[in-house]
Write a protein that binds this ligand. Structure first.
Ligand SMILES: Cc1ncc(C[n+]2csc(CCOP(=O)(O)OP(=O)(O)O)c2C)c(N)n1
Ligand SMILES: [Mg+2]
Length: 333
């Protein structure tokens, strides 16, 4: 990622546009693969929320760490995970990020600091705090970022994690992606009090609100907050308002949604907002179009490669999962 200086600013935003488009392409093509019966398990799409993971990760180093949740494809791509290996993981194939044994909610790539998606709500928080504690104990110059959904702020481990992070002044950023829904429930209806920022502030944690559909705004505030954490400022909280354009999971028909709500929110989605800004700021439409085309080609190629890849050998089912030995082979892995 280019540095944030005035002269190369549109180039920096174009880089983020590329990442957001790659995430969008991944989510759309993953849905096609799901509909074709190629994906085991369900997928939770990040469509409409791409600006948050993209702009936050644009301010992280490769040596920093992130923890994700069930809606983790965008976070993984933004942190630098390989989309082809991710697609292989969705299809349960050899070469997947977790050897094809984890699927969508267990994508991890330690080589780029992506410590894992997670199907158990709020587990990423406790693991993230543990990772940040380990960095302090080992005197490592890096930070941890945890992405958490708005509904998840109603779970107990959210409070334990924020409390522990503050007590030990850990180098950690909590990013709450408020997409207004928790499955089929409007989060507002099941959340007491003024919301996530007030909850973080109750622990004495600096907390900020941002328009999560404006990649430039997220970039600006993430840059400040992350610099602050690197300089010893302790835990910080970013609450990014966005909207989950798609259903909760790939097969959700969204019958609980008021009519017209999705359509209204499409008008505010982050990628076309970013394209409009880029075009007004000197980037040609041709460049935007070729960015889109190459993102979709990369992901189509990834799906083809995933389809062509073999399934893992069943005898290796226990390998890398838990070292209890392989009862079929009668040996320890
Ligand atoms: C401990 C736990 N409880 C319930 C679930 C089922 N569940 C999966 S996603 C979800 C809603 C999460 O909403 P939010 O935190 O807002 O994240 P979003 O899906 O909107 O990104 C629920 C209830 C779960 N996976 N884990
Ligand atoms: Mg939500």
């Amino acid at each position: 990622m280019t540095n944030n200086t005035a002269s190369n600013y549109p180039a920096r935003i174009l880089e983020m546009y590329k990442t957001m488009t790659l995430i969008r392409a991944f989510e759309e093509i993953a849905e096609e693969a799901f509909d074709a019966g190629l994906v085991n398990g369900s997928i939770h799409q990040y469509i409409g929320e791409e600006a948050i993971g993209t702009a936050v990760c644009a301010n992280l180093r490769k040596t920093d760490f992130i923890l994700s949740n069930h809606r983790g494809h965008g976070h993984a791509i933004a942190k630098g995970a390989n989309p082809e290996a991710m697609m292989k993981e969705l299809l349960g194939k050899v070469g997947g990020t977790s050897g094809g044994k984890g699927g969508s909610m267990h994508i991890a790539d330690f080589s780029v600091g992506m410590l894992g998606a997670n199907g158990v709500l709020a587990d990423g928080l406790t693991m993230g705090v543990g990772a940040a504690q380990a960095l302090v104990l080992r005197n490592v110059d890096a930070i941890v970022t945890v992405f958490v959904g708005d509904g998840t702020t109603n779970r107990g481990p959210f409070y334990e994690s924020l409390n522990w992070a503050m007590i030990y002044e850990l180098p950690i950023l909590f990013v709450c992606e408020n997409n207004t829904y928790a499955s089929s429930t409007s989060t507002r209806k099941v959340t007491a009090g003024p919301g996530p920022v007030a909850r973080a502030e109750a622990f004495g944690m600096p907390a900020y609100d941002v328009d999560g559909n404006d990649v430039r705004e997220v970039d600006e505030i993430a840059s400040k907050i992350i610099t602050n954490i690197r300089n010893g400022g302790g835990p910080q909280f970013l609450h990014a308002k966005t909207y989950r354009i798609k259903g909760h999971v790939s097969r959700d028909k969204m019958l609980y949604r008021p009519e017209g709500e999705t359509e209204a929110n499409w008008k505010n989605e982050p990628i076309s907002r970013c394209a409009d800004w880029l075009i007004k700021n000197g980037i040609s439409e041709a460049e935007i179009n070729s960015t889109n085309a190459s993102a979709y080609k990369e992901i189509r190629d990834a799906l083809e490669a995933a389809i062509a890849a073999p399934f893992p050998d069943g005898k290796l089912a226990y390998k890398d999962v838990q070292d209890l030995g392989n009862r079929y082979l009668g040996e320890h892995s």
